[in-house]
Design a protein around this ligand. Structure first.
Ligand SMILES: NC(=O)c1ccc[n+]([C@@H]2O[C@H](COP(=O)([O-])OP(=O)(O)OC[C@H]3O[C@@H](n4cnc5c(N)ncnc54)[C@H](OP(=O)(O)O)[C@@H]3O)[C@@H](O)[C@H]2O)c1
Length: 419
């Protein structure tokens, strides 16, 4: 990784190399004369080479990975995993050069990821050490002593002895019936540290935590988070680094309303002894302007903050609202047919989705695009053989609108809702 003039790091371009072989003279002569035999033949089409980023614990993470969450269908209903589509996707991805797979217990596809990996370890040169696997702790296992059993279940699903990265999926806890579990995620982190010490995961990290929440973890952590996975938010006021009095007051009011509604819906949960769980300090930063790590939700402040703290930022939903099929009505531009983006992508012989991924890599974010289509899986990793100019980066930067694709409003009344 090298550093750009604005202080962010980016992966240098890596040229793909196909493998050619010069044909031995004897072999050429043995072929009947009307056939035109070239001197050099292509024997292996190279798969993409993805550079690594180094985590704060010394482990390496490939700078782009495959997402495996199937998302929502056009009606907004969660797609149910079919028998083998994710298994096929992971297999194609490994063939195309992906060495980083992102999954989660709640995606219900860990078993498919596991089958693809097991098959490759058996039938190719790939070994466990070649692949970086991330999975995530779901919200109903936030108790300190629940973390190891939850990870053990994921490992059984994945048919692995360890994962490379285990993340707390959300700071919000829930019980299995969906009601809020207001347990402090700091206790969950202690369970994560125990899981790492037990050798069940190489690294541990966070997902969907805001800055104040990260700071609370950093204040007590014996093992620092290695990574933060987010479609993330803006930390401070739009006017500057510190919220104005009006913004602060608005936050206090919003907090009071949400606290009262949570108390109403959870009845006896909020007793005088549990009240300290609700830390008023948590309202200091989260101004609810929305950002993500895609063109509409860029986070130079977050990326810089995490870089300063030695935390790698993994960007989910990296395409944001680029595709008409997925963009909500209120989603700001651009779409994949945006003339400026088409022109820049065309200059490098790339597509607009590839341009969006390349931009994220160059601002120091590790994108994890999801696809279950072979051609798009191959396309999405093919972003390490060109580099944008500063002017082109500025064009992509100009689409930042603090617009979040997945605000998860169903948890907005939870005391640890991060956005
Ligand atoms: N930590 C968290 O809370 C969290 C939340 C959300 C997601 N994630 C992770 O991040 C991953 C990626 O996020 P995401 O799945 O929400 O969104 P995404 O990767 O931005 O977009 C996926 C969508 O784009 C389509 N697509 C992929 N490549 C394309 C291309 N080159 N051209 C046109 N369409 C393309 C896919 O369709 P096809 O499959 O048909 O190609 C799919 O509909 C997830 O899979 C998951 O692993 C984590």
């Amino acid at each position: 990784m090298s550093t750009t003039p604005n202080g962010l790091y980016h992966a240098p371009p890596v040229m793909k190399q196909d493998v050619y072989m010069t044909l031995p003279r004897q072999l050429k002569q043995s072929i009947p004369s009307p056939t035109r035999v070239p001197d050099v033949v292509l024997v292996a089409k190279a798969s993409a080479v993805v550079p690594d980023v180094t985590l704060n614990d010394g482990h390496k993470m490939p700078a782009l990975g495959l997402g495996t969450w199937l998302g929502y269908n056009a009606q907004g209903v969660r797609e149910r995993p079919k028998a083998s589509e994710v298994q096929e996707a992971v297999t194609w991805a490994l063939d195309a050069g992906y060495r980083h797979i992102d999954t989660a217990y709640i995606y219900r596809v860990e078993d498919q990821v596991g089958r693809a990996l097991t098959d490759k370890f058996k039938n190719s040169n790939l070994t466990r050490q070649d692949i970086f696997v991330t999975t995530k702790l779901w919200n109903d296992f936030h108790g300190e002593d629940q973390v190891i059993p939850a990870l053990q279940e994921s490992l059984r699903n994945l048919n692995l002895d360890y994962v490379d990265l285990y993340l707390i999926h959300w700071p919000v806890g829930q019980y299995a019936n969906g009601t809020f579990d207001a347990r402090d995620f700091v206790d969950t982190w202690r369970g994560m540290e125990a899981a790492q010490r037990a050798g069940l995961t190489r690294s541990i990290g966070l997902s969907n935590f805001n800055r104040d929440q990260i700071d609370r973890i950093l204040a007590v952590a014996e093992i620092k988070p290695a990574a933060l996975q987010v479609e993330h938010k803006k930390w401070a006021s739009s006017a500057g680094q510190i919220p104005t009095f009006t913004e602060y007051a608005r936050e206090v009011a919003a907090f009071a309303v949400s606290f009262l509604s949570v108390r109403e819906s959870l009845g006896g949960l909020f007793t005088p002894s549990t009240l300290p769980l609700i830390r008023l300090t948590s309202i200091r930063y989260p101004i609810r302007s929305q950002e993500a790590i895609n063109l509409n939700l860029q986070q130079p402040d977050l990326v810089a903050y995490c870089k300063q703290k030695g935390i790698v930022v993994v960007g989910y939903t990296p395409f944001g609202s680029l595709f008409y099929s997925r963009a909500r009505e209120d989603a700001p531009p651009p779409r994949a047919d945006d003339p400026q983006l088409v022109a820049i992508a065309g200059k490098y012989g790339k597509t607009v989705p590839q341009l969006a991924l390349r931009y994220l890599v160059e601002i120091g974010v590790v994108p994890i695009p999801k696809s279950v289509a072979k051609e798009r899986i191959e396309q999405n990793i093919d972003v390490f053989d060109f580099q944008l100019t500063e002017e082109e980066r500025q064009v992509l930067k100009s689409f930042d609108r603090n617009y979040r694709v997945l605000p998860q409003l169903k948890w907005k009344d939870h005391p640890y809702y991060p956005f």
